[in-house]
Design a protein around this ligand. Sequence first.
Ligand SMILES: [Zn+2]
Length: 83
Amino acid sequence: MFGLGMPELLIILLIALLIFGAAKLPQIGSSLGGAIREFKKSFESPGKEVPPAPPDELVCSQCRRPLQKEWSACPHCGTKREA
Ligand SMILES: [Zn+2]
């Protein structure tokens, strides 16, 4: 592509080495690798960050107040609990 061969690529790599410095190249490589990993992960597990739905909460069908499991009727308004 673009008429670039292996020698040209090596020269570009060498220039990059001179610009960034040999010490920084592994750091750049690893941060790039991490970014690619994160990118792939976001593709592999879409919706993994979505929190699970809260467990069904018993509420009175009449006054919407929370009910205990063992209550057969709402103590607030007296409505019988639905099965
Ligand atoms: Zn109620």
